[in-house]
Design a protein around this ligand. Structure first.
Ligand code: IMP
Ligand code: MG
Length: 178
């Protein structure tokens, strides 16, 4: 399916599943190398990162834990800028290396908020792994270490990314038709 309709909007295919999965493998290989022998806690940001977290973790060969946190900053196709923590971190991260797993960094406000929150818990280090980054939309000073694809400032859908709750199940990533 090259073009799809979701809630009356039209989306074209943008990144195919095989390209996504090979990028996920590349990201995992970098993380495996960088953290060999170190205690790592992955922190996946729900809901959007659920597919990435699953595919990424299957390629991670470190002794590690994964935690899930939930925030909400999006309504429709535009970032609202307001962020609320919904589900917090349960396990201890003190002295651990933390890798945050995100689907996409848009304004960067969500990830900035999460980094600040995690920093209070005294981890050894914090890095970010995001499949997608929109450099033009970034509003905070942030240099994520593990980025899959840098993309234009357009609304994307699929592979965990939603439009008002729909489209998360799509295996390819789609872009809204302009
Ligand atoms: P930020 O706080 O503006 O960086 O937004 C981050 C969150 O907004 C991401 O974790 C996504 O859940 C959501 N988001 C940002 N851009 C898109 C998009 O193009 N499509 C779907 N969701 C998006
Ligand atoms: Mg998200």
């Amino acid at each position: 399916m090259q073009t799809i309709q979701v809630l009356g909007r039209t989306f074209d295919i943008f990144i195919q599943e095989d390209k996504i999965l090979s990028m996920v493998k590349t990201l995992a290989e970098s993380i495996n190398q960088d953290y060999a022998g170190k205690p790592v806690v992955f922190v996946a940001v729900l809901n959007g990162s659920f597919m990435l977290a699953s595919d990424l973790m299957k390629q991670i060969n470190l002794a590690c834990r994964i935690e899930f946190i939930k925030t909400s900053s999006y309504a429709g196709t535009q970032s609202t800028g307001s962020i609320k923590e919904l589900i917090g971190l349960k396990g201890d991260i003190t002295g651990h290396h933390v890798v945050i797993i995100e689907d996409i960094i848009d304004t960067g406000l969500t990830i900035d908020y999460i980094i600040n929150l995690l920093q209070e818990k005294n981890p050894e280090s914090i890095e970010v792994c995001s499949l997608l980054l929109k450099p033009e939309a970034l509003q905070v000073d942030l240099k994520p270490k593990y980025i899959g694809f840098e993309v234009e400032n357009k609304f994307l859908l699929g592979y965990g990314l939603d439009y008002d709750g729909f489209g998360r199940n799509l295996k390819h990533i789609y872009v809204e038709k302009s």
